[in-house]
Design a protein around this ligand. Structure first.
Ligand SMILES: C[S@@+](CC[C@H](N)C(=O)[O-])C[C@H]1O[C@@H](n2cnc3c(N)ncnc32)[C@H](O)[C@@H]1O
Length: 377
């Protein structure tokens, strides 16, 4: 695999700098490119104050062709430097995300999801001339349809506070993470200020947004790359979460403030960062557990208090009267008259221990803990 020097900011043009990088050298890309907002003149709030939205030089392009050319160049480089099993996330508003998305498809990226970042506290439409624009879109894509990619599915569930109430979450309820993320705009102490106490960057992204992406899409020590670093939100969150980082930014002032922000960032790696919810248990066979005395050949296998089968020495289910041998997963599907051919037998079958019925998965977990030191979360 191609090695690169990580944990640093490169101050320069991202297209030129990416050209110097080897093929397939980063695991995860987060790109927050210029929006090309096309803001002309000065916007005012209803009270007459000037609105400090994004009218920065870096956001200016001369034409749609110009923007498309730029988009194609940086996306092509991203595709080249992204590892085969890596992911790219691109964020943008209505002014740019459709152009970017179309270009990504032209370049052969394969879309996994688009995510709506629903801003809990959006900037108002001061003049009341259109709907309040309260979201941005993120595209999550991979290099090729055939590629596999890191997805910490259970970790994503742990992060889902969008569709699970605080009370339900505290009671252990978890639901699949959806594609609408409710996250406030970057504000308060998180917002980087310049020497005059004014916000340094007009489009600094919230750390929570990057936290989610890095948590669900990468592993400890992976390389997280950002071609449009800005205030270095991506690099900061990658460092905090025990990943390596590399960010490019053209503006020297942003690089300087970003470096300070990084220097003040401590690493803090917990269960989410380690994705321990997604750790697969070591594989064990029934035969192994039988030979270690955790199950007994010939013992009865129960479902909802009723014995259906006997356990064979191969860890299968046997029913004498119909002379049938079946695996635990197909067996439970049959007993439950399920439309599916197989269900997870570990979640249903029980055996009798000391006069009580116990789920076979409880015994499997006991075996894993006592013999392999593995504990389920
Ligand atoms: C939308 S902002 C990114 C903000 C960043 N995600 C954050 O949280 O602070 C885009 C950034 O890209 C930088 N930029 C624009 N064109 C660039 C280029 N060709 N190479 C490197 N940086 C560029 C701009 O200076 C700007 O800071």
């Amino acid at each position: 695999m191609n090695n690169i020097e990580t944990d640093r900011i490169i101050c320069g043009d991202c297209i030129e700098e990416m050209k110097k990088m080897p093929d397939q050298c980063v695991d995860l890309i987060f790109a927050d490119p210029p929006y090309w907002l096309r803001v002309d003149g000065v916007l005012h709030r209803v009270n007459g104050n000037q609105y400090d939205g994004c009218d920065d030089e870096w956001d200016k392009f001369s034409s749609i062709e110009d923007y498309k050319k730029f988009t194609k160049e940086w996306l092509s480089q991203c595709k080249r430097i992204l590892k085969k099993n890596g992911s790219i996330w691109v964020i943008g508003g209505m002014q740019c995300i459709y152009t970017i998305g179309a270009m990504m498809q032209e370049l052969g990226f394969w879309f996994i999801n688009d995510v709506i970042w629903f801003k809990k506290n959006p900037t108002p439409n001061f003049m009341g001339t259109r709907l309040n624009n309260s979201h941005e879109t993120l595209i999550w894509a991979i290099k090729d349809q055939k590629d596999s990619y890191t997805f910490n599915y259970k970790t994503a569930k742990e992060l889902n506070t969008d569709t699970v109430s605080e009370k339900a979450y505290a009671h252990g309820i978890r639901k699949q993470l959806g594609s609408v993320w409710k996250i406030p705009l970057c504000q308060g102490v998180e917002r980087i200020k310049d020497k005059d106490g004014q916000k340094l960057h007009s489009t600094q992204k919230p750390e929570t947004l990057l936290y989610r992406i890095i948590a669900i899409n990468s592993k400890i020590n992976d390389i997280v790359f950002d071609p449009f670093g800005g205030t270095m939100t991506t690099a900061v969150m990658a460092k905090k979460m025990g990943r390596r980082y590399l960010s490019i930014e053209r503006d020297e002032t942003y690089c300087e403030y970003g470096q300070k922000r990084l220097d003040n960032t401590n690493i803090s790696v917990g269960n989410i960062e380690k994705a321990i919810y997604d750790t697969k248990p070591p594989r064990v066979t029934f035969e192994e557990m039988i030979s270690n005395g955790y199950f007994t050949v010939g013992e009865k296998m129960y479902y909802q208090g009723k014995p259906y089968y006997y356990l064979t020495k191969e860890g299968k289910l046997y029913q004498e009267n119909i002379n049938e041998t079946i695996d635990i997963h197909s067996g439970i599907a049959k007993v439950k008259k399920s439309k599916a051919k197989r269900l997870n037998g570990w979640d249903y079958w029980e055996v009798c221990r000391d006069g009580h019925l116990i789920l076979i998965d409880t015994i499997r977990q006991k075996y894993l803990k006592e013999t392999k030191g593995y504990e389920q979360n």
